[in-house]
Design a protein around this ligand. Structure first.
Ligand code: BGC
Length: 356
């Protein structure tokens, strides 16, 4: 009799444990972010986590220190833990084919976050900002500030591109060059270094220090004799920070040697401060709250067995298929509109942007 009771108790415990286990992974969503070293990804991660938790999901949020193998391991763990959906901002968009095969075998859906995941059929959706448009806005800013449409020039410009393993980098560059290339061709823009090829101007890992080192070299090699530098196309803020530091060290920022026009993207706090100080000219504001909210909508649709919302089914070919995408709108920010965009909207507090 006693034996039976114990057996029954064990049975009850096993069943309730299994039930418990089921419900804890049932609403588990994996969120894999590339790095904490850049402000925006921290915001993306925080926003995703809090918005998903508000909707009653559990979140496994991981950052991979920009290391591809770490990210793969984190994704493997998420698969083992039986996450239902993986939201991935990849480090190397082409390095996840094997791990995503495992995800598919386990019926786990995948949303590429901000950066497209390449060379796999096992990515279900893509949510991002219109990356080509980001580049177009940067190119148009340079076009307008230099009066290129009015035929002004020649002006000296140097070009940068983002990390070659990030598909976005190609789109940013394509967008910007869709505006600037004609002025290089007709001589209104001159690139003294002649470095215009994507592979030559790309900065691996979006690394500020590497952008700074390249600018140091450009200044020494091409601008030492007093040649003026009028503009630098920088695809994002982490590169812009390196470029500004290099120029500052070389004595730019005076009336005789003013900063060139420098573009950027992300509106990181340090870069908004650089805009207020007149070091960086503009940035692109991509409201990470909007992107996170859209991805949460996608997760919810997937969990309910429905189609997720998309607004583009043509643009993002990952080499295996065109990934249904939702593109959010990027907008342009500079010293004249940052208050309205960033402070009035509650994105930053005034105290976040203290110039010292
Ligand atoms: C993102 C940018 C970011 C860059 C570096 C890109 O994929 O779209 O917003 O500045 O990565 O992290």
């Amino acid at each position: 009799m006693k034996k039976h009771v114990i057996l029954l108790l064990v049975l009850v415990l096993v069943i309730s444990f299994a039930g418990c286990k089921k419900s804890s992974s049932d609403k588990l969503i994996g969120v894999a972010m590339p790095t904490q070293s850049l402000q925006r990804w921290n915001q993306d991660g925080d926003n995703m986590k809090s918005k998903l938790e508000e909707k009653g999901y559990q979140v496994d949020l991981q950052y991979a220190n920009n290391d591809v193998n770490t990210q793969i391991q984190q994704l493997e763990n998420m698969i083992t833990k039986k996450c239902k959906v993986l939201v991935i901002a990849s480090i190397d968009g082409s390095a996840l084919t094997d791990v995503l095969k495992k995800a598919a075998e386990n019926n786990i859906k995948v949303i590429a976050y901000d950066r497209l995941i390449m060379n796999t059929e096992n990515v279900d959706y893509y949510a991002t900002f219109d990356n080509f448009k980001v580049g177009v806005i940067q190119g148009q800013y340079i076009e307008e500030k230099l009066g290129l449409k009015e035929g002004k020039g020649p002006y000296n410009i140097e070009l940068y591109a983002g990390s070659p393993d990030d598909n976005n980098a190609l789109f940013f560059n394509g967008g910007a060059m869709s505006i600037l290339q004609k002025y290089i061709d007709n001589g209104q823009l001159v690139v003294p270094s002649k470095q215009t090829e994507f592979t030559t101007i790309a900065i691996h890992g979006w690394d500020s220090a590497k952008a700074q080192a390249r600018m140091d070299n450009l200044i020494t090699a091409y601008y030492a004799g007093g040649r003026k530098l009028h503009a630098v196309l920088s695809p994002n803020d982490s590169l812009a920070i390196g470029i500004v530091t290099s120029l500052k060290n070389a004595g730019y920022g005076t009336a005789a040697k003013p900063y060139p026009i420098i573009t950027g993207q992300d509106c990181d706090k340090a870069n908004v401060i650089a805009m207020i100080k007149g070091q960086q000219s503009m940035s692109i504001f991509k409201d990470t709250r909007t992107l996170a909210a859209k991805v949460v909508e996608m997760v919810e649709a997937i969990m309910e067995g429905k189609e997720a919302p998309v607004n583009d089914t043509k643009t993002y070919d990952n080499g295996v298929k065109i990934v249904p995408s939702f593109l959010c709108e990027p907008v342009y920010a500079d010293v004249n509109n940052y208050k309205e965009l960033l402070i009035d909207s509650g994105y930053y507090k005034e105290s976040d942007l203290q110039v010292n």
